[in-house]
Design a protein around this ligand. Sequence first.
Ligand code: ASP
Ligand code: MG
Length: 423
Amino acid sequence: MSGGTIVMKFGGTSVADATRLKGAAKRIVEKFEAGHRVVAVLSARGKETDRLISDAYEISDAPEPREMDMLLSTGERVSCALCAMAISDLGHEAISLTGSQAGIVTDTSHTKARILDVRADRITSALDEGKIVLVAGFQGVSTSKDVTTLGRGGSDTTAVALAAAVGAEECEIYTDVPGVFSADPRIVPEARKLDIVSFEEMLEMSSSGAGVLQLRSVEYARNHGVRIHCRSSFDHSPGTVVVSEQETMENPLVTAVTHSTGEARVTLTGVPDTPGVAGRIATALAEANVNVDMIIQNDPVSADAPAEMSFTVPRDDLRTAKGALAPVVAELGIGGIATDESMGKVSIVGAGMKSHPGVAAKVFTTLGEHQINIQMISTSPIKISCVIESDRVPDAVRALHSAFELQGEGTIRPEQPFGEFAS
Ligand code: ASP
Ligand code: MG
């Protein structure tokens, strides 16, 4: 009667206190008793990772990244050991493993390591012995044998990588919201839970502000064809499945409105209009590990006049970005750097817009009607993003959500606060 292997990942709020942790253990046991082989990936409890980070900064202004990973990886370990105890009380055998014990091999970039390989033989032999396997999320062991962590939200990626490695039927992401929504329900109360989303749409959504799944987990899932089911840990209702575009059947014009309020804009003025300059600027930023989002450069109409280049970075990276640019500015004779920290971004995502003109016009017109000034624009085949003042972001999200009629009938209203959705 054995069903297939399932990976179940529980987020921080789903294991925050003893009652919830026991609830997660019960959910895992239910799945096991239904005949599945179960690998469960747990996050650190509640706000534990934030707490550990602030502990580190109380001790040092610049904590060593290697030691930071030793510290941060403990949170997930605690969750797994406690959950193994709870499962044992429910009459089943469970074994908890650190990322390293589970065979998750990463590169050496501490605090944001990438998974290179998953050597899952220890997991598969424990499954063969009839055990439930619990794996500490968000961590691995580097090719130089140090403990690494995978960046904030990294347990999602652990879960997807394990699902690929053990050939799981599905990777279930249990969280404190009923699924992926057509907009953040804290801003748009009538936002609709989406039943199905394609990998491509989810990638655009995760990279433009939807906090429900870590971007890298979606990338990994798409590359390895792992089906994700994002659902509530508080009830049994179906959530959102993230699958390949062939499986989504119909492509709505617009699927969701996403946003972020933590952007900063950097404008370089008096940029010499010669080949190679953009490359120098981008390389300096890349070497400092700054994630540049939107880039706009427009050459002057008249020959010989200098150009202007603007780009956005996460507000938290602004200091690093300025530091990285200073030597390039001096060396290339760039006129000046201006920055604006009060930027936000609103995006609409939908696989159907590929084949329908006029979506951009509707976005711009809608924002205009609400007196919202668009400062930068960028597009992909299935996304349109506008940089606007961050305090206008909620208005923009509501306006676009209603202009594209994304609200649902009988929208499911979750009982729980949207803790993880925000992150
Ligand atoms: N505990 C880590 C974080 O808060 C990883 C995770 O929960 O996915 O970012
Ligand atoms: Mg998360």
